[in-house]
Design a protein around this ligand. Structure first.
Ligand SMILES: [Zn+2]
Length: 452
């Protein structure tokens, strides 16, 4: 069994952000975008393991929010929407940060992020313009003419697609209130100060759900979703002591929000938001009804009433969730191997649903007698699970490589396998080894990997 000894990369409080950034780069989870051109600030690409991990985070969310529920359906709305959407939502008018500009180097800063009186952190100059509001939406033009009539925005949130399509989804899905519409997808915000690796980036992926309820039942539904969302992180293995709920103070709330609670994780740099769960009242549907001239109310057949539904919105960031799962799963341990040797290992104790590879097939060596059987075992597993095949280096080193990326099971094909048609399956967390007949291997892994 591994002992919980911690080393330089990880204190009792967990790994440093640098440790995670280095692991992510070295193992192809996430790295600087456009690096051969010097990179583009605060944009990152997900590599072969990262795309699996992120997909698994999104799939776990979808499973909990859509698949396992009778009362939530999915949607995939366009990133580009009618420009009036953003007038109705208030983004054109008020999705802004007050910025001041250095009169020497012309770099812009949020006034509240500089000392008072302000000093330019880039050139040391002390002369600034007055604060001006800077809209955080990315602006572009649809079609060949760059004029005001062709102006479109990259969506700064996925939520508005859900409100705008409310009546379409309602009619086609035949859902009755209370019900929800869930959506995952890219959003864009021209943040002035992005940072902390993939935590705050200008292009990011959201996982949002709008839950429509009858006015008067909204507070109870809100509390339900706060509890439900908090539990989701625990079910996926985040340590309880690293997670907390934070109630927004009255002066933080949007004017239309009755109450907002954030789920926060304790990252290496401190507590930060993973998800906000807001009671938005009937603001969004009322605004879109007003701006579009369409009736977005709902006729409740049970109570024979017509009303504009209230909305509960759990809105999470896929990239920052992924980062929290990575940080939380990172361990450096001292372990005793089967042969009694004490070794150090880095292991990602990821929940099995999130692990990029579910199993790795490892021939004991590249011996010509072993390889065909090992390839056969890999072909048996590949249609069912995302797997890796690794035959490079000593078996101990290959175990370490799989531990470091969180692969739950390592399947070793050795010379005995040629005789007994069985393989050794090593468990990532306990390092215990089971001898399993190849004919039973799929069932063995299914039982441990599916249905969590
Ligand atoms: Zn300056």
């Amino acid at each position: 069994m591994p002992s919980a000894a911690w080393h330089d990369g990880a204190s009792m409080n967990g790994p440093s952000l640098d440790t995670i950034v280095n692991l992510a780069k070295r193992r192809g989870i996430a790295f600087q975008s456009s690096e051969i051109y010097g990179g583009l600030r605060s944009t990152y690409d997900y590599g072969p393991l990262g795309v699996e991990l992120k997909d698994n985070v999104k799939r776990a969310w979808w499973r909990a929010m859509v698949q396992l529920r009778e009362d939530v359906v999915g949607l995939d709305a366009s990133i580009l929407m009618h420009p009036r959407v953003w007038e109705a939502s208030g983004h054109v008018e008020s999705f802004t940060d007050p910025l001041i500009e250095c009169m020497n180097c012309h770099h812009r800063f949020r006034a509240d992020h500089l000392p008072d009186p302000p000093v330019c952190p880039d050139c040391g100059n002390r002369q600034f313009t007055d604060a001006r509001n800077f809209n955080l939406m990315f602006k572009t033009y649809a079609g060949p003419v760059e004029d005001a009539g062709a102006l479109v925005w990259l969506r700064p949130e996925t939520a508005q697609g859900i409100f705008v399509d409310f009546t379409q989804v309602l009619a086609s899905s035949r859902k009755k209130i209370p019900f929800g519409i869930a959506q995952r997808g890219k959003s864009f915000r021209n943040e002035i100060t992005p940072g902390n690796f993939i935590f705050r980036t200008r292009e990011f992926e959201q996982m949002e759900m709008e839950y429509f309820v009858k006015p008067g039942t909204d507070e109870e539904a809100h509390q339900y979703w706060i509890d439900e969302r908090f539990d989701w992180y625990l079910r996926l293995g985040i340590r309880r002591e690293k997670l907390r709920l934070r109630e927004h103070a009255a002066d933080e709330l949007s004017f239309y929000s009755k109450r907002t609670v954030d789920v926060e994780y304790e990252f290496p740099w401190g507590w930060a938001e993973l998800e906000g769960i807001a009671n938005r009242g009937d603001y969004d549907l009322s605004q879109h009804a007003k701006f579009s001239g369409q009736d977005l109310s709902y006729f409740d057949q049970e109570s024979q009433e017509r009303y504009v539904p209230y909305v509960i919105e759990p809105a999470a960031g896929a990239d920052r969730c992924l980062l929290a799962f990575l940080v939380d799963a990172y361990r450096e341990e001292e372990v005793t191997t089967a042969s009694g040797k004490v070794e150090r290992r880095t292991v990602l104790a990821l929940h099995k649903d999130l692990a990029p590879y579910k199993a790795a097939v490892l021939p004991l060596s590249r011996h010509e007698n072993l390889v065909p059987l090992a390839k056969e075992v890999a072909s048996l597993l590949r249609p069912r699970f995302m797997i890796d095949y690794d035959d490079a280096g000593s078996i101990g080193r290959r175990y370490r490589r799989q531990d470091e990326i969180g692969t739950p099971y390592a399947v070793t094909v050795d010379f005995e396998s040629l005789e007994d048609n069985a393989v050794t399956v090593r468990d990532r967390d306990t390092m215990a080894q089971d001898r399993i007949p190849i004919a039973e291997l799929v069932a063995y892994l299914n039982e441990r990997l599916v249905g969590t």
